[in-house]
Unconditional design. Structure first.
Lengths: 281, 288
């Protein structure tokens, strides 16, 4: 047991570059597999959380744009959503990586007042930025389509009441349209969030290199499967971690869902359940 | 391909390009598009079969079969599909070899798992070491196909079991009132009526299946992604057709291929949906 604590301190943060440099090679223990694959989950969570947080706002913009009557806003939003929803994420990763590699290597100094940061274009060829951008665009497009559908489904009575009470412009959107849109979209959006977490497993199988063997959960799982030639241990461990994560997401989004539905009579509230949501992206 | 392609170094412009895109390797690249279409046309019915079995099992009156079916349908919600794509082909391969080893080489007493090795006798290897290249290719494709069928079967099973649950209860009770047996109700009432409820989910599933086909690359099959990487990489002067890094172009072509495939599918599916909702007591049916 004490050796497993040792393994935890050696490999617990291996995926972000702390601890033992060399990966276990021979006599791989169950503990090592659990710890290292769990360490890889840091990357899956990093990608999905940031992409979802940023994508949430961009998706709202895309949905409003697609709903706009002005073709200046409408056309680019439609095209963006079509491109990212119509092609495989796997190909998007390859395409984006190969484009980023072709960019000239430049550095820009950005003065933050207290600190000067040099932003370099070569960061785009690293997974932490390049893959994050692809995931951000991808989830924005899918969530944008979900929000657009919800926006179209906002009851006209709500809008008429808003007009009657003298709500206009930003205030009408902020107080009436947006909360209802979110409430209607929330079950599908939960589904999208789960898919986003699952989609992060693709990153290190595309062009983006796992520099110094800092990879995600499935990167280490396939490493162990190759080394031990036994797929029956590492892949179920990944599955175990992801089931935990999925349950966590449903719990968290369920809390938000409860808040969004708070004003409704109890019999009209919809609950999020593991076995009830529509699982198709 | 063309007679003037004998010495590519002397060619320029369109002539060079016409020779470049007709090399033997490019022909393999074009053939791999057919492999994708082949996978789609085989995986879709296989997934429907798996899904149908899963959905039926999850409604079974036997508790063990029911929980097996429900577990099969539920696991895809929590676990990323890539895990299954990596796991199933290698697990199946080892399972087949293990069984063949037990049957064909029963006299070998050494354990199969020796440390980090998986050792079966030569006669149990799949495919046999003596088998030709194409047998290995077909076997790899077959394992990949099973993985696709299994994963998308779970997706389809969820859609179908949802559709079965959506058929109005009164229809089934009417069947019982007329003295239909359970299997008659299943075949004559439940199955014919569920399709309209299953259609939106199944169309969606078809789109996901299209977008999952490049994952063949992960299974070690020489598919379009493999060839795009291979052909697009920098070719120095030692090659017949030297060119800089063109991978972005090749993947651009793949993007266009998939966008047109999904666009085309969407318009066909929209037509089917309009056709099937004609005369139905729904908003879509009455609007027409």
């Amino acid at each position: 047991m004490s050796s497993c604590f040792q393994t935890l301190s050696d490999y617990g943060l291996r995926s972000i570059g702390y601890g033992e440099r060399l990966l276990p090679k021979a006599d791989i223990t169950l503990c090592e597999q659990f710890v290292l694959i769990g360490s890889g989950m840091i990357w899956n969570i990093y990608f999905a959380v940031l992409a979802l947080l940023l994508g949430f706002f961009f998706a709202t913009v895309l949905a409003l744009g697609k709903n706009s009557n002005l073709s200046l806003f409408n056309a680019p939003c439609r095209l963006f959503i079509f491109i990212f929803r119509g092609s495989p994420l796997f190909i998007q990763f390859f395409f984006a990586y190969d484009l980023f590699v072709l960019l000239p290597r430049l550095g820009f100094d950005i003065d933050l007042g207290f600190l000067v940061v040099t932003v370099e274009t070569r960061w785009l060829t690293k997974a932490w930025l390049g893959a994050l951008i692809v995931l951000f665009f991808n989830t924005s497009a899918y969530a944008g389509e979900i929000f657009y559908g919800a926006l179209r489904a906002v009851p006209s009575q709500d809008l008429e009441s808003a007009d009657a009470f003298g709500f206009t412009g930003i205030k009408k959107f902020r107080r009436i349209i947006w909360p209802t849109m979110l409430r209607l979209a929330w079950p599908s959006y939960t589904n999208e969030a789960i898919f986003m977490f699952h989609a992060t497993t693709l990153v290190f199988f595309t062009g983006f290199p796992a520099w110094q063997q800092k990879g995600d959960a499935i990167y280490y799982a396939s490493y162990f499967a190759d080394k031990t030639f036994n797929p029956f241990v590492p892949y179920p461990i990944v599955g175990f971690y992801f089931i935990l994560l999925t349950l966590l997401i449903i719990g968290l989004f369920g809390l938000i869902n409860r808040r969004l539905n708070k004003h409704l009579p109890t019999n009209e509230r919809k609950r999020l359940r593991f076995n009830k949501y529509n699982l198709i992206r | 391909m063309f007679s003037y392609c004998v010495d590519p170094k002397t060619l320029e412009g369109l002539m060079w390009l016409s020779c470049y895109v007709t090399t033997a390797k490019h022909m393999s690249f074009y053939f791999s598009f057919l492999v994708v279409m082949g996978l789609l046309s085989l995986a879709a019915p296989l997934a429907m079969a798996f899904g149908f079995a899963g959905a039926t099992a999850s409604r079974s009156t036997f508790r063990i079969i029911r929980s097996l079916g429900k577990g099969y349908l539920a696991m895809i919600r929590g676990i990323p599909d890539i895990v299954f794509f990596l796991f199933i082909p290698i697990a199946l391969d080892q399972a087949f070899e293990y069984l063949r080893h037990k049957v064909l080489c029963s006299d070998v007493t050494e354990p199969i798992r020796q440390g980090n090795d998986f050792v079966v006798c030569a006669a149990a290897k799949l495919p046999l070491n003596t088998a030709s290249e194409w047998v290995h290719d077909i076997y790899g494709f077959f394992l990949a196909l099973l993985a696709f069928g299994f994963v998308f079967g779970a997706f389809a099973g969820n859609v179908l079991s949802g559709a079965m649950a959506a058929v109005p209860k009164s229809q089934i009770e009417t069947g019982e009132a007329y003295g239909f047996s359970q299997s008659q109700i299943f075949r004559r009432i439940l199955i014919p009526q569920m399709w309209i409820y299953a259609l939106p989910g199944l169309s969606n599933l078809w789109m996901i299946l299209i977008k999952a086909t490049p994952l063949l690359f992960l299974l070690g099959i020489e598919d379009i992604v493999y060839w795009a990487k291979e052909l697009g990489g920098i070719k120095t002067g030692v090659y017949e057709y030297p060119h800089p890094d063109w991978r972005a172009w090749y993947f651009g072509v793949l993007m266009i291929f998939y966008l047109s495939l999904t666009y085309l599918s969407q318009s066909v599916l929209d037509k089917i949906s309009t056709r099937l909702s004609q005369g139905q007591a729904t908003m879509a049916g009455k609007a027409g």
